[in-house]
Design a protein around this ligand. Sequence first.
Ligand code: ZN
Length: 280
Amino acid sequence: MKSYLRVVSIVLLVCVLFAPGCTINPVTGKKQLTLIPPSEEIALGERTGPEFEKEFGGKVDSPQLQQYIAEVGAKLAAVSDRPMPYEYALLRSDVPNAFALPGGKIYVTAGLFRHMTNERQLAAVLGHETVHVAAKHSVQSLQNQMGAAIFAELVGVIVGGESAQSAEAATRLFVAGMVNLPYSREHESEADEFGLKYMDRAAYNPWGMVELLELLQSLSQSKPGLFGDLLATHPLTSKRIEDVRDIIAKDYSAYSPQMPEPHGQRFEQMRRLMESATKK
Ligand SMILES: [Zn+2]
């Protein structure tokens, strides 16, 4: 706790000394030190997105399916607290996971989509990842993981128009960092809390988040190997599920888990489409 307070006071001191880098987080209202402006963050996502997608088998080759993921995502993007060029896509990988690149590129894998049983669970994943971008968790975690100086250097090489060769090497380093980027418990609980808010704003039943987390918990117990990557990047604990239930009881009591899901048919159709589009 002491060292946490020390870090906080250093951040605040640096914020006072270097006001331009200090911003108020648009989601949480907390002060934070941000090293890169939104324009660089967006450029970073644009340059590294294609390489990142390759790591997970590329996008699923179905315009209809991609359009569906983009539509559900767009409802959450429209109500987020930070306007960014959000883009949502389905990747071919069988390994269940979801990712948020700095700048707004958000991905869910076929391996995760396969286990969902309704659209509100998909909205829960996309809402959670949207918060990771809106609240700048992706940028902050990379900064923390690589060290601020290396991160700034790497971003400079990737978006700064240096030689194509060094930009390529820097992109590979960045993607490697991004693939296994662990979010802190604090970031995870913020992404859950504000993800629920975005779901409610977009007229999705927040119980989808509880269903999703419970699904992941039971699947990870029966197939621990398969879900290892997802749990390493988005730590899941029973406390996390309890916290989500508590927030719903307090703030979203108008919803119940028994409420019928309005988009059932389309979701089923899309899941079948996904199975045929990813058949080997
Ligand atoms: Zn997360």
